[in-house]
Each structure stands twice: as C-alpha cells, then as structure tokens.
Design a protein around this ligand. Structure first.
Ligand SMILES: [Zn+2]
Ligand SMILES: [Zn+2]
Length: 297
C-alpha cells in the first residue's frame, strides 16, 4: 500500500497571520505532489516543510479569490528559473482561466515549460495510475469547486492464488489480463484476489455547508473543510459564504467520514479551543488545522 501524506501548508482565511499562511494543501504519494490551492507564500511553505516543488504534478484551484491563487504567480516563475521542462496543469472553475492566465503572465515572462490551464465544473478532472480527482460544486461568493481525491481500487492476492497454482510471472500476467490458464484450468482474477477500496480525501473550501460535500465525502478517510467562523459569528459565515466549525462537523457526521480537519480559520480567532470544542461536540475525530500539520493515510 502506498503512503498518502497530506500537508497543510496554509490555514488562514483572507489574510496571513504570524502563525498561519494563506490556503494551500500538498498531497504527496508515489513520489509526486498534487497541490490544492496556492495562496501567497505557498512555495516557501513547501520549502519549510521539506516538500520538493519540482514534484508538483498538477494544481487544483478551488476558486479565483486572491488568498487561494496569488502564490501561483511566484511558484511558476521559480519552476522556470530552475529549468522545469515538464508541463504543469492547473485546474480552475469554469470561467476563470483568463483571469488566472493574466495573473501568471502579467509581466510577460518566458516560461521554459508549458502551463496548461483547464476549466472544471463537475466530475473527473485528473487521473493517473494510483488516484483520480473529481471536482464538485461548492457554494461561495464566486464559482467554487471542491475536490475529491480517490485512490484507485486494487486487488490483493489471497491464499487461493497459491492454492490455484499461480507462481512467478503469472501473478502480473493475471493482473494484466484478468484471467489465466493454469494447469489447463481457467482462473479468473476475482477468484484469487480480494478488492481493496481506495482511500478518499475531500477538500471543501471556501463554502457554505452543502449536500455535494456530503456526497463526495461519503465514507471519506479525511474531509478538510472551510471553518472560517464559529457559531457565535454565524451571521458572518452566512454573509461571507463560509462555514462555521459546527457546520463543517455536521457535514463530516452526515458523510460518515473518518476524520475532519477544520481550515481557513478567520484571523479574529487567536486561540482555537472554542472552534475545536463546538466541532467535536458534533463530530469527535476532528482537529483544527495548523500550518505544517501532516496527516498520513
Ligand atoms: Zn479564502
Ligand atoms: Zn473565497
């Protein structure tokens, strides 16, 4: 089983603080990194937490608000300075590629690699050998997408494989073909393996609590949710189209998720005990994100 590591690079809402950078999440697995959001200072946060920016395979932006995208302007220049040659793909909600390209090209740089911007709305947007990423619609003051990263299902050989007489190269052969003739008998892959379901990570920010997140997060190993405010400031959460810690917890509970991380914390909360308390009363396995927090799945 591969290790999937989630690094919280920035956990502050709207403006940075001494302790919290603007939004950014790096998901590392199998030697590559998928970056979700790229607030100002994200590249430096990656350096701080020992993440290699050259391993970034793709960037998934939730929406065009500055606190989620401005860091990309610097990051793409650093990659060019150090001679990246592989294409970089950036995903952004439909209607915003032009604005993003303006940010990336404002001083007419010559990049040594191709930058591809793809607009997304719903459904599968990315896939490689190990994982896929789906976009879903959130509810915020501009068009915003959440992302569901799903590890692909795998098959693991059971005792029956040996009993059936499989050996050596036959293991990879049956995985490739789905069946194999062994000692004159046809064996189906399903007879000698068990299905291992993939792990799921959901990132939902910035947003009001919505059913789409519950659907995407059903049984998820981890939901990372907007929790800009707490209940005593719920009027602000509604007005500015964000969520409270309690609202995020209700989403995780409804989805039967395994773990919840609250992020995008308003600068008004110097301490976050109240944020944690109100969420844990609803959903126990919950933490308030901190910059540099690493979650291994
Ligand atoms: Zn934001
Ligand atoms: Zn926003």
């Amino acid at each position: 089983m591969i290790e999937i590591e989630v690094f919280m690079l920035g956990t502050s809402a709207a403006a940075p603080t001494k302790d919290r950078n603007l939004s950014g999440i790096a998901i590392r697995y199998d030697g590559k990194i998928l970056l979700m959001d790229c607030g100002e200072g994200t590249q430096r946060q990656m350096l701080r937490y020992g993440l290699n920016i050259y391993k970034i395979e793709a960037v998934f932006l939730t929406h065009i608000h500055g606190d989620h995208v401005i860091g990309l302007a610097g990051l793409v220049r650093t990659l060019s300075l150090y001679n990246r040659t592989e294409k970089l793909t950036i995903y952004i909600p439909k209607g915003y590629s032009k604005a993003l390209l303006m940010l990336l090209h404002f001083d007419k740089p010559v990049f040594k690699y191709k930058i591809e911007v793809i607009e997304v709305e719903r459904g599968k947007v990315y896939s490689d050998e190990k994982v896929s990423v789906k976009a879903f619609r959130l509810e915020h003051s501009v068009k915003t997408c959440g992302y569901l990263l799903e590890e692909k299902e795998r098959r693991r050989f059971t005792e029956k494989a040996k009993r059936a007489g499989l050996k050596g190269k036959e293991f990879s052969e049956i995985q490739r073909k789905g069946y194999l003739q062994v000692n004159g008998k046809r064996i189906d892959i399903k007879e000698v393996t068990e299905l291992i379901l993939g792990r799921k990570i959901v990132y939902a920010a910035d947003t009001r609590p919505v059913e789409a997140t519950v659907r995407a997060g059903r049984g998820a190993d981890l939901i990372i949710h907007d929790a800009s405010y707490i209940e005593k400031d719920k009027g602000l959460a509604r007005e500015r189209m964000h969520s409270t810690a309690a609202e995020a917890a209700k989403i995780a509970k409804k989805a039967h998720a395994k773990r919840l991380i609250l992020t995008h914390i308003s600068t008004r909360y110097k301490e976050t005990q109240d944020n944690l308390k109100e969420a844990r009363e609803i959903f126990r396995n919950c933490d308030v994100a901190e910059d540099g927090m690493k979650i291994s799945l």
